[in-house]
Design a protein around this ligand. Structure first.
Ligand code: FE2
Length: 385
C-alpha cells in the first residue's frame, strides 16, 4: 500500500530561524495579522517580530484577545481584525491556542458560512499564506493540518482538518521556548511524547512516520527531565523543539490512539491541561495496548536504551512501561486525586467520557480492539490511584 506524507510548505528550524525566514515571508504580502497571546506580547517577543517585519517593509497588526482555548467567537473576532486591518497573510505566534486560531482565521477569511458547517469535513480552499511560530515544545500544531476549537452553542470541542490548513511556513526557534515555566514545559513535552508513541503504535503508522516517532521519543525521554530541572538548558530545549515538530509530523500522517481518545473528555469536563491529562493516562492506557503491538513497544524500549537486543519483545515491552512509570514519577505528574478532581463526579461521568472517547474515533487506531468496558476499566484504575 502506498502512503502519503504531508508537511508544512517549508520549515526553518534552529536558532535565529525567524531571521532566515524573512526572505520567504517577504514574498507573502505586505501586512500580517499576528495572532498571539497576551503574555508573549508583554514579554516583548511580539514587538521583536514586528520590528523584524518592519525592517523588510512589512507592516503588521496584533490580535491577542485569546482568553482561553480557541472558540468560535474568538476566531470570528480575529477574522474581523484580519479584514478591517486589510492584512494579506497571517502569523501565529505562541502555544497551541494562537497557532490553532491562526489556522482557523486563514480558512475563515475565505470560506463562507460558519466554522461548524465544516465540522467532520475536509476543509478545502485557497487560503492566505500562514506562518506558524511555536513558543512551546509540545502541541506540534506547527506541523499539522488540524485545529481544535470549542463551539460555544453546544460546548463541543471539535477537531477540524484539511491539508489546506498546513502552514506555508513553520519557524521553530527553541530560544522562544526558554521562558516557558516548568509546568508548561512538562505538560507540552508529555503531549509531544504521547503523540510520538501513539503515532508509532497506531494502525496508521508507516515507514516515514516511524522515523520521526522514534527520534522524537528518544529525544523526549532524554531531554524532558533536563528541561524540567533547568529551564535554561539550551541543548534540552533545542532537542525538545525538534521532537515536538517531529511528533506533529507523525500525528499528521499517522494518528493518535487510545490515550488522546480518553484524554479529551477529561480536558473538556475537568479542565485538566491537555498534556497533563495525557500524562495521567499514558501508562495505564499503554499497559492495556501493550500486547496488541508488542514488537513496536519493544522497539521503543530498545531505542531509548531501557532494553537491549538480548531482551525478548515481552521483556522489552514491560521495560518500556516501567520507563514510562519512572518518567511520569520524575516529572511529578499528579494523579486525579492529587490534581484535586472531584472523584465522585468523575465516577459519575465515566460512562459519558467512555462514550465520547470511543466516538472520537481515536481509540480504534490502537493495534488492539478497544471496547467501552476497557475504557471504563482504565478510567476506574485512574480514579483509584
Ligand atoms: Fe495532543
Amino acid at each position: 500500500m502506498a502512503f502519503n506524507l504531508t508537511m508544512p510548505g517549508r520549515t526553518i528550524i534552529g536558532k535565529d530561524a525567524f531571521n532566515d525566514s524573512l526572505p520567504f515571508i517577504k514574498e507573502m504580502g505586505n501586512k500580517a495579522l499576528i495572532v498571539t497571546g497576551k503574555i508573549i506580547t508583554k514579554n516583548g517577543l511580539t514587538s521583536q517580530i514586528q520590528q523584524k517585519l518592519e525592517s523588510q517593509g512589512i507592516s503588521s497588526a496584533v490580535f491577542n484577545d485569546l482568553p482561553g482555548e480557541p472558540d468560535d467567537k474568538m476566531i470570528l473576532s480575529a477574522v474581523e481584525a484580519y479584514r478591517t486591518e486589510n492584512c494579506n497573510f497571517i502569523i501565529g505566534l505562541g502555544g497551541g491556542t494562537p497557532l490553532d486560531t491562526a489556522k482557523a482565521v486563514s480558512a475563515m477569511s475565505v470560506l463562507n458560512g460558519e466554522l461548524i458547517d465544516y465540522a467532520g469535513k475536509e476543509i478545502k480552499g485557497n487560503f492566505p499564506p500562514l506562518v506558524l511560530i511555536p513558543t512551546t515544545a509540545g502541541t506540534g500544531s506547527e506541523a499539522t493540518k488540524f485545529f481544535v476549537y470549542t463551539d460555544t452553542k453546544t460546548d463541543a470541542k471539535l477537531l477540524m482538518k484539511g491539508d489546506a490548513l498546513l502552514p506555508s511556513l513553520s519557524v521553530v526557534d527553541y530560544s522562544y521556548t526558554l521562558s516557558a515555566p516548568r509546568g508548561i514545559t512538562v505538560a507540552t513535552g508529555m503531549d509531544a511524547l504521547t503523540h510520538a508513541v501513539e503515532a508509532y503504535t497506531s494502525k496508521k503508522a508507516n515507514a516515514l512516520t516511524d522515523f520521526y516517532c522514534l527520534d522524537a521519543i528518544e529525544r523526549i525521554f532524554k531531554m524532558l527531565p533536563l528541561a524540567a530541572k533547568d529551564a535554561s538548558n539550551k541543548e534540552a530545549r533545542e532537542s525538545l523543539a525538534l521532537a515536538a515538530y517531529e511528533s506533529g509530523v507523525a500525528i499528521n500522517n499517522s494518528s493518535v490512539t487510545i490515550v488522546h481518545g480518553m484524554s479529551r473528555p477529561i480536558g473538556a469536563l475537568f479542565h485538566v491541561p491537555h498534556g497533563i491529562s495525557n500524562a495521567m493516562l499514558i501508562t495505564e492506557c499503554l499497559k492495556f495496548a501493550l500486547d496488541g503491538a508488542k514488537t513496536r513497544f519493544a522497539e521503543i524500549a530498545r531505542r531509548i536504551g531501557t532494553a537491549n537486543a538480548a531482551d525478548s519483545d515481552d521483556a522489552a515491552g514491560e521495560k518500556f512501561i516501567s520507563a514510562l512509570e519512572s518518567l511520569t514519577k520524575e516529572l511529578e505528574i499528579p494523579t486525579l486525586r492529587e490534581y484535586g478532581i472531584d472523584l465522585a463526579k468523575f465516577e459519575q461521568l465515566e460512562p459519558k467520557m467512555a462514550k465520547d472517547a470511543l466516538a472520537s474515533g481515536s481509540p480504534s487506531n490502537t493495534r488492539k480492539a478497544v471496547s467501552e468496558a476497557d475504557i471504563l476499566k482504565i478510567y476506574k484504575n485512574l480514579r483509584e490511584k
